[in-house]
Design a protein around this ligand. Structure first.
Ligand code: NAD
Length: 283
């Protein structure tokens, strides 16, 4: 099956980015979120990202219009019935994703691929919640999606080879570099990245240095383009906490225990950039 029509579930920062790169590559996209406000914000984010590209003369005004014209929106999963692949990019919560996968499995046409952009949750378990486990796969994009080249492609135990090949080819067709990664909690990217971020939060919690100083150490000392605390704010502290919890519970290893400060920040609603406040303040 040729992939021509993509469904994206979740219009947050990742879902909107995925919709943008798919539409920019010429695919038809339907973005679905349960909240109309999230859809409106997602479309606004795509518009401003594309306008920045026009300003930099990377695309023309006509291309901007054509890309936006390929994106439709909906608050109902039923409108994804005809897609060739649905990419789920909703909140990092296994219970929420399981409900979405069951819903997509009921709704999407036979043969459609069900992919998830989860950062950490078992693909094998999500696949097992559907009646088409062979067509379920992980497609883990990086943030911000239009800028970052990597996509981890993660096969569940049940994923068919043909599905893996199709998704790998699709990732390449939308300008990404796919890497074949085995299904394990946090895959590779977040198995390495999140414990580092969590340790940076412990450094702040134990008052070893200020947030700015911790980030400066990692930027100037390790040549990281962004410090770990600023990166945590970009990812979203709720997402960071969910990933640490998946690693902690999944491996049953205390080295992955989330820092108490991370839990407190999430309890306070300080989620990073998306809420206007995290380790830093945003306008
Ligand atoms: P976000 O909070 O910005 O957006 C999540 C969206 O999901 C919201 O718009 C919410 O309304 C929607 N949603 C929640 N439940 C839904 C449902 N039942 N049906 C439809 N929509 C629903 O989160 P995000 O940062 O975009 O993350 C989304 C996914 O991408 C998560 O699985 C996350 O782990 C993963 N991810 C995040 C990053 C990152 O840096 N933030 C990077 C890679 C992968």
């Amino acid at each position: 099956m040729k992939i021509e029509h993509v469904g994206v579930v979740g219009a947050g920062q990742m879902g909107s980015g995925i919709a943008q790169v798919c539409a920019a590559a010429g695919l038809r996209v339907t973005v679905c979120d349960r909240h109309q406000e999230a859809i409106d914000n997602g479309i606004k984010a795509i518009q401003s990202s594309l306008q920045r590209m026009v300003a930099k003369e990377k695309i023309s005004g006509a291309e901007l219009e054509a890309i936006l014209g390929r994106i439709s929106t909906s608050t109902r999963t039923e409108d994804l019935a005809a897609v060739d692949i649905a990419i789920e990019a909703a909140t990092e919560d296994e219970a929420i994703k399981t409900v979405i996968f069951k819903d997509l499995d009921r709704t999407c046409k036979e043969g459609a691929i069900l992919a998830t952009n989860t950062s950490s949750i078992s693909i094998t378990r999500l696949a097992a919640s559907t009646r088409r486990p062979g067509q379920v796969i992980g497609m883990h994009f990086m943030n911000p999606v239009p800028m970052m080249k990597l996509v981890e492609v993660i096969r569940g135990l049940q994923t068919e080879d043909a599905v893996f090949e199709q998704v790998t080819a699709m990732a390449e067709a939308i300008g990404k570099v796919p890497v074949d990664v085995r299904d394990s909690f946090g895959f590779v990217a977040n198995r390495i990245l999140l414990p580092m971020i969590n340790e940076a939060i412990f450094c702040l919690y134990e008052t070893l240095a200020s947030a700015e100083e911790i980030d400066t150490v990692m930027k100037l000392g390790m040549s990281h383009p962004m410090g770990p605390l600023a990166l945590a704010d970009l990812i979203g502290l709720d997402t960071c906490l969910s990933i640490m919890e998946v690693l902690h519970e999944g491996f049953n290893d205390s080295k992955y225990r989330p820092c108490p400060l991370l839990k407190q920040m999430v309890d306070a609603g300080y989620l990073g950039r998306k809420s206007g406040r995290g380790f830093y303040h945003y306008g």
